[in-house]
Design a binder for this molecule. Structure first.
Ligand SMILES: [Zn+2]
Length: 262
């Protein structure tokens, strides 16, 4: 039996049998870490309310053998985010990022940057300092951390200038010039899969402009409702390509949006 200590944020908590639960944690040292909490569902005495979603824990764990699921021995709550649960959209945005990390980050692959990013995002959400506009920039920052930030300043296919082009190609991983967009459309005509689509140059420029901006100034970003929808679609199409499906939390956010406007 080997014991050790780790720190992490709970991305997912699901019941296992009547008493136990499995936690998926985002940890700086081991990336996604799956741990078993014996009596995590039943025993209030053992873990209390410490195993709630997004809680930041420091915990001791042990493994019976190498490669087996680790079991939590005890957990200390470092930080919790109750305010996030008081607003459906705020919760949905946090759940979306949690879901993407869960799907796209490997178990055992260290994730100090991802951990810092998500912790800061949770703190900002908790303090009501998150906005839908800022969320778009955070979403692209998340893609960057995952190593999948789309190229938006040059043609991702031929490296040429994007003058007059407002086309984006998921297959090429970025904006493409008009010639490359046409070539790709011709090449893939009649086949399934994604085709180059329009992304206005204003959206592209706003996202690029804020890319290297001091994080303290990012709250200044403003999209029009139309360009924000466009930027969100752009991000989602990149995430779909990365995960091979649409995140569930994204459908949930869409439903909330429809209820608010309809
Ligand atoms: Zn090109």
């Amino acid at each position: 039996m080997r014991s050790a200590t780790a720190e992490g944020i709970i991305l997912k908590n699901s019941g296992l049998g009547e008493a136990d639960c499995i936690l998926w944690m985002l940890t700086p040292a081991f990336g996604i870490m799956r741990v078993l909490a014996r009596s995590g569902r039943k025993s209030v005495k053992r873990f209390g309310g410490r195993l709630l979603l997004f809680n930041r824990l420091k915990f001791d764990y042990s493994r019976r053998r190498e490669g087996r699921t680790a079991a939590i021995e005890n957990a200390k709550l470092i930080e919790s985010f109750p305010e996030i649960f008081t607003d459906a959209a705020r919760f949905g945005r946090c759940a979306l990022f949690a879901e993407v990390f869960l799907q796209a980050w490997g178990e055992g692959d260290p994730a100090p940057e991802a951990f810092e990013f998500f912790l800061e995002y949770l703190r900002r959400s908790e303090a009501h300092r998150e906005s839908a506009d800022r969320h778009v920039l955070d979403a692209f920052r998340l893609l960057e951390i995952l190593g999948h930030r789309p190229m938006l300043d040059r043609c991702a296919s031929c490296d040429g200038s994007l003058e007059k082009s407002d086309m984006f190609s998921v297959n090429e991983g970025g904006s493409v010039c008009l010639i490359c967009a046409k070539n790709e459309s011709d090449r893939t005509a009649g086949q399934g899969g994604s085709k180059p689509f329009k992304v206005s140059s204003a959206v592209r420029r706003t996202i690029e402009q804020f890319r290297n901006t001091d994080p303290k100034r990012l709250h200044r970003v403003r999209f029009t409702p139309k360009s924000r929808t466009e930027a969100e679609k752009l991000w989602i199409s990149n995430i779909q390509a990365l995960l091979g499906r649409t995140p569930k939390s994204s459908d949930y956010l869409d439903k909330i949006r429809k209820n608010l406007t309809g």
